[in-house]
Design a protein around this ligand. Sequence first.
Ligand SMILES: *Cc1c(COP(=O)(O)O)cnc(C)c1O
Length: 432
Amino acid sequence: MLYYSTSHISPKVDFKEATIKGQAPDKGLYFPEIIPQLPENFISNIEQYSKEEIAYNVIQPYIGDAIPKNELERIVKETINFDFPLVKVEENIFSLELFHGPTLAFKDVGARFMSRCLGYFVKDENKKITVLVATSGDTGGAVANGFYDVKGVDVVILYPSGKVSSVQELQLTTLGKNITALEVDGTFDDCQQMVKQAFADEELNKKLFLTSANSINVARWLPQQFYYFFAYQQWANKNQPPVISVPSGNFGNICAGLLAHRSGLPVQHFIAACNANNVVYNYLLTGKYTAKNSVATISNAMDVGNPSNFVRILELFDQEFNSLKNVMSSYSISDEETKKTLKEVHSDTNYLLDPHGAVGYLGLEKYLQQHPGLQGFFLETAHPVKFYDVVEPIIQQPVPMPDAIKYLLKEEKQSIEIEVDYNSLKDYLLSK
Ligand SMILES: *Cc1c(COP(=O)(O)O)cnc(C)c1O
């Protein structure tokens, strides 16, 4: 399988090179040249396959011969060694719980897969790779955990000071070893901008071998298809495919779902559930895409003003506004609505949402109200305990704490504070 750049200047590369490079040199995103089609009997017999078999069959065509079969089987198995339950919340609404991994958010899947692929690829290089990543909250923890102690890989994480939850901050600042956290006095967009500048800096790239672990990296983006298939395996009413609502920020997750659908996964419709960061919502209303500065919300992992993966969605639909609109709708949900949803779902059903899941839930509920008779699920992208500082005042009850989180809260954060100034990042990277 080859990947081309969405900017169409850089040459095509295989999976290994796309993973190592992260972003294409022409600043486009890598996109698969062909979208694999899964055999019809794979979909209709999906209940007979194990999770590992499903994941392997979905991802193998994207890897080609970049990773041998036995290694890829191991990587897949280690990536998904936790549960992905589809839980009933209301008569027509289910929750796909993606928070049973080590950092309690869906990003564990992409980060675990990518770290293992990169670990495999650097084994036969004798250079050290530096993974540079900006986080709005959950990426940092998932990447730190996924890459912790991987030989030959250093990880540098930029996060916006005071704009991530305390659990998120501790997850990315307490590991040590090959993981360093840079605490930036700015927003997520500032962090992302600085990271992009580092990738474009020729002088820096001559001295360091840099790669990204943001969802622009194909090795993080593509495995996110897995759990859409796991959900379909658990979906009882196969005659009526689900409406799927995805809490969206950088749009990597929903783009993986759209890709899975294009490969043959039955889906009724997709909902891009956004918070006040409504660039894509506005695009679907008006046909015009206007990037904005991000605004801070209580679903902070979705505070993205210019979602990187949107170019991939346009690519998937050949830049055709109408074909995209037929498959995907969007809602923009305020913090007030998010809180109200979280509170009401908890008191009515006893199901505790996190703020991102609440946005997904409400997006789905709104769509189902306009389209009676359908059923669907939302992606519960994080465990509510990750945002206990937001959730507890809303439900006016403590959120039950897993032991791992109790231990984490006793640890001490270690970060290096930097200003929003590219040179401070560059100086740090060169001094390493
Ligand atoms: C990252 C994240 C999102 C947004 O996912 P994208 O792929 O960036 O759209 C949603 N919810 C949670 C909890 C996240 O960590």
